[in-house]
Write a protein that binds this ligand. Structure first.
Ligand SMILES: Nc1ncnc2c1ncn2[C@@H]1O[C@H](COP(=O)(O)OP(=O)(O)OP(=O)(O)O)[C@@H](O)[C@H]1O
Ligand SMILES: O=P(O)(O)OC[C@H]1O[C@H](OP(=O)(O)OP(=O)(O)O)[C@H](O)[C@@H]1O
Ligand SMILES: [Mg+2]
Length: 279
């Protein structure tokens, strides 16, 4: 039975559980349950703090888990990233009071507040900067105003939390993060099925099926607009000057693709969602 760690709280929890449900696994009926058995799929879920997941998976106590790339690196765990799950995208950045810091070397000797001392400490030492880390649990952006640090290093998504505290990003990007699937031993039986199922959910979320009718002589030009993942399916129509094309298209930008196809001469352009996929 594959033992899977799932975030129980925070930014990762809801989407992780949603993706697993869409992939056909049992979810939590009781939102406070710590474990859920799913004998039909031969897996058992353990709902844990996202920060702790890399520790459980790295030690081999659990086989595989969902966490953030930033949390994995911060933990120093020996678990490896086996797939990008493409949600909870963020960047990890330094920030300070507007105008006070311009580059990384300005951090020499100052106090930097963070909830990710492992990640930030490694980054600073790799770049030869020595600063004093002030480790906080959260709401790190308040640390400067409250006088316990001179700068911060934290997760940035829209940047509105930083702005609201009068802080400005500076220096290099510490890390581009997102939710990831991790394991200490990716060859464990069952992990590849879980991985493929989650990839299927990502495809179903990111792509649509596009069908259209097209004068046959325009097929090369239309294929340049919608190349598909491998190659479009082309079927004959009763009118032999026309063909029907079926192809996968990225959901983002699909309206521009429809406009381009229409301008080229395609008609009856239809879009349908993908409910599940195995590529
Ligand atoms: N605003 C955000 N946008 C995108 N990802 C985020 C955001 N805040 C945190 N994350 C990501 O969520 C993960 C942290 O999850 P965690 O549950 O520890 O923190 P949280 O969502 O900040 O919850 P809390 O701080 O309330 O415990 C990290 O991988 C981090 O990059
Ligand atoms: O760039 P933004 O879109 O503003 O998002 C970034 C903020 O979101 C997270 O905070 P969270 O709400 O999890 O609170 P926390 O600081 O207590 O972790 C993160 O720690 C940042 O503070
Ligand atoms: Mg947080």
């Amino acid at each position: 039975m594959l033992r899977i760690a799932v975030p129980n709280k925070g930014s990762l929890a809801e989407t992780a559980s949603e993706m697993l449900r869409e992939a056909g696994y049992a979810g939590r009926r009781d939102p406070r349950a710590l474990t859920v058995a799913d004998p039909l799929n031969d897996v058992e879920f353990f709902y844990l703090r996202p920060r702790d997941i890399a520790t459980y998976v790295g030690s081999g106590a659990l086989d595989v888990g969902v966490t953030g790339r930033d949390l994995l690196l911060d933990s120093g765990s020996s678990a490896q990233e086996i797939a990008n799950l493409d949600f909870a995208d963020s960047t990890f950045r330094f920030a300070g009071p507007a105008g006070q810091f311009a580059e990384l070397s300005d951090l020499e000797g100052v106090r930097v507040a963070t909830s990710y001392p492992g990640l930030v400490g490694d980054f600073l030492s790799r770049h030869g900067v020595s600063a004093t880390l002030v480790t906080l649990d959260g709401a790190v952006e308040s640390a400067v105003k409250l006088g316990v640090a001179d700068a911060v290093a934290d997760v940035v998504s829209t940047g509105s939390t930083l702005r609201a505290q009068g802080l400005q990003i500076f220096g290099p990007v510490i890390l581009e993060s997102s939710a990831v699937l991790i394991s200490a031993n990716p060859t464990i039986e069952g992990i590849s099925t879980l991985h493929r199922r989650l990839q299927g959910v990502l495809v179903a979320r990111q792509y649509v099926i596009m069908d259209y009718d097209l004068p046959a002589e325009l097929l090369e030009q239309a294929t340049a607009v919608t190349p598909g993942l491998e190659s479009p399916t082309v079927s004959p129509l009763r009118d032999e000057n026309w063909v029907a094309v079926r192809v996968m298209v990225k959901r983002v930008g699909m309206n521009q693709v429809m406009d381009s196809l229409y301008a080229l001469g395609a008609r009856a352009i239809l879009v349908s969602p993908i409910h599940a996929a195995r590529l």
